[in-house]
Write a protein that binds this ligand. Structure first.
Ligand code: ADP
Ligand code: MG
Length: 696
């Protein structure tokens, strides 16, 4: 076998047959290096060798002994190829069986000493191992008698296959170039890449794999920070159109509003107008609790841009929200001399008129609508703008780390007729991010915080329902509120971002249960993420028009619409979510000026309510965010699925120090070598990282 490098294609290795190759390829694993980076999900501890007489049903165990009898052949009834071995040590004998695999009978023979690891089960004839891992006792322990890595299976490629191959490749690869400079690793006491790979794939003990994970978490953070700083440098050196606020000043617009902007809104608006007036692109994060009035702030920025004669794009995460923004803006700007367009897959409007996609695209290209509201998809669909000068991204409850980077890259690459210039950029997030965390992650951008609610809002009263009696009381309360014409949200939060079929099923079942058993006298509606936008819209309309009393909803993002008449919310399985997230959910009520109530139902068997009590006590998103940070670490702010960061990083994000260190190291490195000219490997790694972010 020729010596391998990390770049060697897997197709050159004999163990990789066509079907396996194509499955791996689909997940982006095509070289030896890729495979080595396929990291274990967890470990099973088979490190202790048990005497056969001590085996217990249901437990994982490793034994070492001699093959006493071996038989192989097709079973009489099912015609499956079955291999059966009896293995004995000094204390007793036990059976092991394997199905379908002819290879086993060829490698085992009577008298051979083997080690065998697996879960002990039982049948009519006694204890047995079903399809255990095994290997010759004379071999170094790889599959048995140690911490065994468990790999995420990929389209039927088994964990065992990965284990075999990776262990072998690790030995054969000549060189594993390390993109992270040695001095950084030394300073942080992190292992080299080769060692980290060895520790993570073949750990001798827990310390080893933990250290390796720390190294990989650092890598991700480090790349992330390099990327952020590079973007910042790009921003610092690029130019943007300065937008002045002189035509028809924002103040006159604000004065015409039916309400008074909060002090926090005024501060944010001033920050933004100042940024916009400069010939450098703005790169600002607007962080404000749900209901703190971010839309108005974004609207003033878009208005100033439009009045200066340029275009502004406002991007929302869902069609429904895009439509809601468009409606609010159309209302706010009804007296202004410019047109607001809506462009999503389902809805297309030019001003108040519906438009075909082609005509709308054309109009945008020649600069007719000055404000274009849409979903994030706009940027992907290659819409050409006439003179785009501002991009506002409403992440809603997403933290949007990766999104921001990706969108920025894309926005700056837009064919906007201003080749040398990039648009000003404003991101809005409703996740109150503690300042420390925001700075660690987003130290590269300016931050405006809306930490004040518009006047007249009643704080939401929050209670934990601790038992069935509480639940019954809550249901009674909902009925009495309904009697007063008020409405209720029942939130069944999703675990996965993409709505799994099971979640839809359980939401449907819950709606049915409420309809028939609990509230036969009320009208119960249902929205979930698998519904078409039109159906969702219709359900939301019914709720808004008070045609339903109770709305069961899965993805809360779908109910981003304002329903001032909804005064009650139930959140089921509340214990499974971060405080910040729960706070988001409850922000959907209390939007009118009536008192609102949120009831948290912990899932069955949840004991930990201390965390939830924070929500009973506080209504400030920022206070809650600080509590969440203290309780769960920064990971709490990144729903795994939502962050785009790999799980391994998530896990290690409990360590804010690591984020800070990564940032400092990235800063130092870029100061010394701004274009990474002397760190070619790192540069390559960074490009790969960017690609990965873009894909997600
Ligand atoms: P969010 O920050 O969650 O996006 P919105 O911008 O949707 O909040 O504002 C929530 C509601 O509060 C809207 O109905 C909006 O018109 C209203 N609002 C915004 N600012 C004020 C204010 N200063 N005084 C009163 N109501 C306001
Ligand atoms: Mg909003």
């Amino acid at each position: 076998m020729p010596l391998l490098s990390v770049e060697t294609g897997l197709e050159t290795l004999s163990a990789f047959k066509k079907t396996i190759l194509s499955r791996l390829e689909k997940r982006g694993l095509s070289t030896v290096g890729d495979l080595l980076r396929h990291l274990p999900r967890s470990y099973e501890d088979y490190s202790v060798i048990h005497p056969v007489s001590g085996l217990m049903v249901g437990r994982l165990a490793t034994i070492e002994g001699k093959v006493i009898r071996l038989s192989a052949g097709r079973t009489y009834r099912k015609q499956v190829f079955l291999t059966e071995a009896v293995i004995g040590d000094d204390t007793g004998e036990v059976r092991a069986i394997w199905f379908g695999n002819r290879f086993i009978a060829q490698t085992l023979r009577e008298g051979l000493r083997i080690r065998l690891s697996g879960r002990v089960s039982e049948d009519g004839k006694g204890l047995l191992f079903k399809t255990p891992d095994y290997e010759r006792a004379s071999r170094t322990a790889t599959h048995t008698a140690r911490l065994i890595p468990v790999y995420p299976e990929i389209g039927g490629v088994s964990s065992r296959f990965f284990r075999w191959q990776i262990v072998e490749l690790l030995e054969k690869v000549r060189e594993i170039p390390d993109p992270v400079p040695e001095d950084i690793l030394a300073r942080l006491h992190l292992p080299s890449l080769r060692n980290a790979l060895r520790y993570i794939h073949l750990p001798k003990n827990e310390e080893e794999w933990k250290l390796a994970r720390k190294r990989f978490a650092f890598d991700e953070m480090f790349l992330f920070q390099l990327k952020a700083l590079e973007t910042k440098a790009l921003y610092d050196t690029s130019s943007a159109v300065p937008i002045s606020d002189t035509e028809s000043p924002t103040d006159t617009f604000l004065a015409r509003l039916p309400f008074k902007p909060t002090e926090a809104q005024r501060r944010a608006i001033n920050d933004i107008l100042k940024d916009l007036s400069l010939p450098q692109p703005m790169n600002r994060l607007l962080n404000g609790d749900v209901g703190s009035g971010k839309t108005l702030v974004a609207a003033t920025a878009a208005r100033a841009t439009a009045l200066a004669g340029y275009q502004a794009a406002i991007l929302a995460p869902t069609e429904v929200l895009a439509r809601q923004h468009w409606e609010s803006l159309s209302g706010l700007f009804s007296d202004e001399p410019f047109t607001v367009a809506l462009l999503t897959r389902e809805y297309r409007y030019l001003g108040r008129d519906s438009a075909s996609k082609a005509s709308l695209a054309k109009a945008i290209e020649v600069g007719i609508p000055k404000i274009i509201v849409g979903t994030h998809a706009i940027l992907q669909e290659g819409i050409r703008f006439h003179d785009l000068a501002l991009v506002v991204v409403d992440e809603q409850h997403r933290f949007g780390v990766e999104q921001r980077a990706a969108l920025q890259a894309r926005a700056s690459g837009l064919d906007d007729g201003l080749p040398e210039q990039v648009p000003h950029f404003l991101t809005m997030t409703a996740t109150p991010i503690p300042r420390t965390l925001a700075l660690a992650f987003f130290g590269d951008l300016a931050l405006s915080v809306l930490d004040e609610m518009p006047a007249g809002r009643q704080p939401i009263e929050t209670k934990i329902a601790r038992n069935n009696a509480d639940r019954a009381l809550v249901y009674d309360f909902i009925r009495s509120e309904a009697g007063k014409g008020r409405q209720t949200f029942v939130i069944l939060p999703l675990i996965e971002e993409s709505e799994a079929l099971e979640d839809v099923k359980s939401a449907t079942a819950e709606a049915e249960r409420l309809r028939t058993e609990i509230f036969p006298d009320l009208r119960v509606g249902l929205v979930h993420g698998r519904m078409k936008a039109k159906e969702k819209e219709e359900e939301m309309r019914k709720f808004r028009d008070c045609e339903t009393d109770v709305l069961v909803a899965t993805a809360v993002v779908e109910v981003g619409v304002d329903i001032p008449n909804a005064t009650v919310m139930i959140i089921e399985n509340a214990d499974r979510f971060g405080l910040a997230q729960l706070h988001q959910f409850r922000g959907r009520i209390g939007r009118g000026n009536r008192k609102s109530y949120c009831f948290l139902f912990p899932g069955d068997g949840a004991v930990e309510n201390v965390r939830l009590e924070t929500l009973e006590k506080s209504t400030s998103g920022f206070e809650i965010a600080e509590a969440d940070l203290a309780l769960r670490g920064p990971g709490a702010f990144f729903g795994t699925r939502q962050s785009g960061l790999p799980d391994i990083t998530m896990e290690n994000l409990t360590n804010l120090r690591l984020v800070e260190i990564a940032r400092a190291e990235a800063g130092d490195l870029l100061t010394a070598d701004p274009t990474l000219l002397r760190h070619a490997l790192l540069q390559e790694e960074l490009r790969r990282f960017e690609e990965k972010i873009h894909l997600e």
